[in-house]
Design a protein around this ligand. Sequence first.
Ligand SMILES: Nc1nc2c(ncn2[C@@H]2O[C@H](COP(=O)(O)OP(=O)(O)OP(=O)(O)O)[C@@H](O)[C@H]2O)c(=O)[nH]1
Length: 566
Amino acid sequence: MFDSLKSKLKGLGKSASKLDSEKIYEETPKKKDKIIEEEPPDEEEELHADEVDVPDEDLDDDAFFEKLENDYLEERAKESGSTYTPIKTTPSNPAKSEKPQPKKEEKAKVAPKVDDSAEKKRAAAEEKERLAAKKKAEEEAAAEEKRLAKAAEKEKSSAKKKAKEDAEAEKKRLAASAEEERLAAKKKAKEDAEAAERERLAAQKRAEEEAAAEKKRVAAEMAALEAEKARPAKEKEKPAAEPKKPEAVEEKPISRKEWLKRNKQNPAETREKKVYPAGEMVGDSGKRIKDDPLDDLLDELEVILLESDVAYPVVQDIILGVRDNLINKKYGRQYTLEEVVETAVKESVRRVLKINEFDFDRWFEEQPKPVVIMFVGINGTGKTTTIAKIAKRLLDHERSVVLAACDTFRAGAIEQLSIHADRLNVKIVKHQQDADPSAVAYDAIEHAKSKRKDAVLIDTAGRMQTNNNLIDEMKKIARISKPALKVFVGDALAGNDAIEQAKVFDAAIGIDAIVLTKIDTDAKGGAALSIAHTIGKPIAFVSNGQEYKDLQVFDSNWMLERLFEE
Ligand SMILES: Nc1nc2c(ncn2[C@@H]2O[C@H](COP(=O)(O)OP(=O)(O)OP(=O)(O)O)[C@@H](O)[C@H]2O)c(=O)[nH]1
C-alpha cells in the first residue's frame, strides 16, 4: 500500500520532504512555530532544495516517514545548536526489524495522514512559489542594478569622452590663436624692419649727398689752397703780414660830448638802451643828479677805461648806458655823486664780465671723449704757447692729450709744437710743411680715438682776419675736425684790434671761448672787456707769462680791480 505513495514521494523529491516536514510540524507545533519565525533559507539552500535525499526504497512507509522526520529534526537541531533526540516509533524495515508488522487497521489509520499532508503540500508549493518569486525579484533587482551600473558606466565613459573632446577642441583653439598671434607679430616685425631699412637707406642717401657736397667743397678749397701756395712768396706774405685795421676800429674816437650830441639828434639809431643800475644808492629821495656834474664824472671814467685798452665803442656803450640810468634820478645824501657814478660804471662792467665766465675744467669732464679743441687767432698772439699750457693743465688733471700740428704754413711752427710735445711727453701728429692741415687734424683725431686719448688740441696757422684764403682753410679744418670747442686766442695788447679779429673769426667758424694772452705785459686787460662785450663769448683763461703754469681761469672781479686800479 505504501509503494504508490513512496513512488509519488520519490517523484515529488523535495515536495515529499516538505510534505514530511509538514507532518512533523503538526506533531511538534513548537518546532513549527520556530521554523516559521526563522529566516527563509538562503539562495544556496533554495538552489539545492531539489537535492534532498529520498529515503531508501527498501524502508517501509512508517520507517520511511520516521527517517524523514528524524533527518529533519537532526538538521534543525544542528542549525539551532540544540540537542537532537531521534524519534523511534517503527522498525526501519520489516525484514531488518524484529518488531511485529502493524496491523491492517493501524496502517489504515495512517492513510488520512497522507490526505492532511496534501494541504501541507500545497502550502509547500506556495512557499516554493513565494521563494521562486522572491528569487525572481532578487534576480530582477540584481539585473536592474547591473543595468543601472552599466548605464552609469556608459554615462561616465561618454562624459569622459566628451571632456576629452572638449579639451582637445580647446587645445586646438588655443593653438590656432597662438599661431594667429605669432603670424601677426611676425608681420609687424617684418613691417618694422622694412620701415627701419627704408629710413636707413634714406639716411645713407642723405649722408652720401652730404659727403659728395663736402668732397666738392674740399676739392674747391684744395684748388684755392694750391693757388695760394703757387703765388710768389713775397706776394703771399705781404697781405698776411700787414694787419689791416678793421673799419669799426678805424672809427676815430670821439669825445663824450660829441657822442651825446649825436645821440640827442638820433637816439634810437645810435645806441641800444641798456640799464646800468647804481644799486641802493639811487632812489626816489635825496639829491637830484644833474647833467653837468654827471658828465664830468663820466668823462673821467671814460678816460680810465680807454687807458685800460677797452675798445672805444665799448666804452661809449657803457658810459652812455650809465648816464641814461642816472640822469635826473635822486641819490642818498650819505653818498657823494662821485661814489654813485663810479659804482654804477663798475656795476655795468662787472655785469659784462660776469656773464662771460667759463668753467673749462667742468665743461671738459662733461664732454664725450676725445674732446677736440681748435685754437685760432692772428700771428704771434700765443696760440702755440697756450696749447702747451692747456695740455699741461689736462695732464695735471690726469687726462691724456694728442697735439695736432696743423700750422703747416709757417716754417718752424711744427718744430715749435714738437718741442712742447717732447717737454710734456705727449703724442704729436704732424705732416710735412705745406701739407693739408685738415688731413693732419683728421689723423690726430683718428689716433686719439684708436688710442682712447681724452683730448686733441689743434694748433692752426696764425692769420690775419683779412686773409680770406687762410680764413677759408680754417673753416675747412673746423668742418673736418668738428671741434667741441673753438678757442679764439687774443692778445691783450691788441686793444681795439682784438674786437675786430674776434668778430671775423666768430663769423667764420663760430667762436666758443676766448683766451686772452700777455696779460702780464703792461696791458690792463681792457681787451677782455671789449671782446666779451662785443661777441658775448666767455673768457676761459688769461695767460700771464711764458711758463706752462702761467695760465689762469678768468675771474671777473680780478679783472675789474685791474681795470680800475690806480
Ligand atoms: N709775456 C708773454 N708772452 C707770451 C704769452 N703767451 C705767448 N707769449 C709769447 O708770444 C710769442 C708768440 O707765441 P706763440 O705761441 O708762438 O704764438 P702763435 O700764436 O703760436 O704764433 P704763430 O705761430 O705765429 O701763429 C712767444 O714768444 C711766446 O713766448 C704770455 O702770456 N705772456
